[in-house]
Design a protein around this ligand. Structure first.
Ligand SMILES: Nc1ncnc2c1ncn2[C@@H]1O[C@H](COP(=O)(O)OP(=O)(O)OP(=O)(O)O)[C@@H](O)[C@H]1O
Ligand SMILES: [Mg+2]
Length: 505
């Protein structure tokens, strides 16, 4: 007998003005089912998730929960009916403790409205034990590693007795080991009958943890199948459409072939670079026309190191050279003046002005080039923006669209384009393809290879080993703040790297 259906959507649609982004969609989640929702950037996955969580109202259609009509467009009521959503960008309050975050919005009170902390704590303890999660209830959420924060979010959903958990790219910033932990949590929930909808661009993950898969393309549901009935190539074909499938094959890991040995003085070099508690004695070189990747576990000090190279957090010790000349970089502004670009891992915090348009964001860093006597040359800005929109295959190709209205993967492309437009001599990228779909990843890799061919020195921090193996000329593994190995990209395998990752202190 099939397990009972928890959630059933019928004919859901969404239009923004004249643009329909979701065509009539039918969708079910059963008890104990982990359903993957996959598709290219902009396919409509987040839109569907937001409708199901009540965050946006559909233009048409219905949702039933346990056979009853759901209160669409009312997130709090959806939550009380048992639907919880976990977004890639957490909505926890970092300054508050784990305990306070867990009970946010449903504080148990004693008579006269006095908060009953003892009861809160006891309830939270029960929750932790029941789900086998270890957390310090008094730690501020802000100091926890990302995977622990995800656990707090999941627990908070469970505290409200969610029966359906929607997870929109939950593993975006997680490392291999943390993803495995999260998957274990998900399997535990499944065995307790929770229904889960899971979006991810990492297809290995989809095959590892999901039971069924819904594929979206251009705002339509194009397939709904048990995961066992598909292989990777078949799934990609469904995502991109038969005609395009050949083109995405380039997304499969390929070693860079056209490699010459690095020549001349390194474009960027550091010696003995240290910052207390973050990284120690780092020696590193990146030549013009070379892609160097730094990998390792989240928490190994990789982001801290590249932030120091960009002048965002000065090192305590060590030296830096650009083209053989000793240099100090005291601020990001100085770094940019030296021709260094930095694509950050957190596009929402550091990278983009979400309310401005695509064109404005793309040319933000190169503003001066488009000014004449202090006036912004609007026509020039748009022409420059159009070139980058085409080069990155931005969807939709509209220079005036506010960036906040773009899908996650397309926002990431804007961020990349913004720095490429600067024509940097050194380009540093931190997790450049988080949230980017398989096809667009291939496009970004091609763009990086073209930059390398132009002679840019490229330094990439990435946890995605397929990515590292696909683009790196040289691979550095960091572990606990130190570089523990250096290897050529070609000829290296996943197993070689994982062995060197070690644990995080
Ligand atoms: N508020 C809005 N106004 C207009 N268009 C929007 C709005 N929000 C989303 N869109 C459009 O809806 C389409 C679907 O976006 P959605 O975020 O659902 O894609 P996605 O499948 O989640 O993509 P990604 O993998 O990049 O996260 C995109 O073309 C996007 O530009
Ligand atoms: Mg999305």
């Amino acid at each position: 007998m099939n397990p009972p259906v928890l959630l059933r959507a019928r004919g859901l649609t969404k239009a923004y003005g004249a643009q329909t982004v979701l065509h009539p969609a039918d969708f079910t989640v059963a008890e104990g089912e982990v359903r993957a929702l996959v598709g290219a950037n902009g396919a409509g996955k987040s839109t569907l998730m937001k409708i199901l969580s009540g965050a946006i109202e559909p233009s048409g259609g219905q949702v039933e929960l346990h056979g009853e009509p759901a209160p669409l467009g009312r997130p709090t009521e959806m939550l009380h009916r048992g639907i919880a959503c976990i977004y890639q960008h957490s909505n926890l309050v970092p300054e508050m403790s784990v305990l306070d975050n867990l009970v946010l919005g449903r504080v148990p009170t004693r008579a006269f409205g006095v908060v009953d902390r003892r009861r809160m704590r006891a309830e939270a303890r029960t929750l932790l034990t029941r789900h086998g999660v270890e957390l310090d209830l008094d730690a501020p959420v802000g100091v926890l590693p990302t995977v622990k924060r995800k656990e707090v979010e999941i627990l908070r959903a469970l505290a409200l007795e969610a029966r359906v958990l929607l997870m929109d790219e939950p593993t975006g910033w997680l490392s291999v080991a943390d993803v495995a932990r999260l998957h274990a949590t998900i399997r535990g929930l499944r065995s307790r009958g929770v229904g889960i909808v899971y979006t991810s661009h990492l297809l290995d993950e989809v095959f590892a943890v999901c039971d069924s898969v819904t594929v979206m393309r251009d705002g339509r549901i194009v397939a709904d199948a048990p995961i066992g009935s598909l292989d990777r190539a078949g799934l990609i074909r469904l995502m991109v459409g038969e005609t395009l499938a050949g083109a995405t094959r380039a997304a499969a890991p390929t070693a860079p072939a056209e490699l010459a040995a690095p020549r001349g003085a390194p474009r960027l070099r550091c010696n003995g670079l240290s910052r207390r508690g973050e990284f120690q004695a780092i020696d590193l070189e990146v030549h013009a026309g070379e892609i160097v990747c730094i990998t390792g576990l989240v928490g190994a000090g990789r982001t801290e190191l590249v932030r120091a190279l960009f002048g965002a957090a000065p090192p305590d010790a060590g030296t830096l050279e650009l083209d053989g000349r000793a240099t100090t970089i005291g601020s990001p502004r100085e770094a940019i003046a030296h021709g260094i670009g930095f694509v950050t891992e957190d596009r929402h915090r550091d990278g983009l002005l979400l309310n401005l348009g695509v064109a404005e964001n793309l040319i933000l860093a190169t503003l001066r080039r488009h000014c004449r006597a202090g006036l912004l040359l609007a026509a020039r800005v748009r022409a420059a923006a159009r070139r980058w929109i085409a080069a990155l295959n931005l969807q939709p190709p509209d220079p005036d669209r506010p960036v906040r209205l773009l899908s996650g993967g397309n926002q990431q492309k804007v961020l990349l384009g913004k720095w490429l437009a600067l024509r940097p001599r050194v380009l540093i990228l931190d997790e450049p393809t988080v949230g980017v779909d398989v096809g667009a990843k291939a496009e970004i890799y091609a763009t990086l290879r073209a930059e390398r061919a132009r002679g840019t020195a490229i330094l990439v921090v990435s946890s995605d080993l397929e990515e590292v193996l696909a683009i790196a000329d040289r691979i550095l593994v960091m572990n606990r703040g130190r570089i523990v190995s250096t290897r050529p990209g070609p000829g290296t395998g996943v197993a070689d790297l994982v062995r060197e990752f070690g644990g995080v202190a």
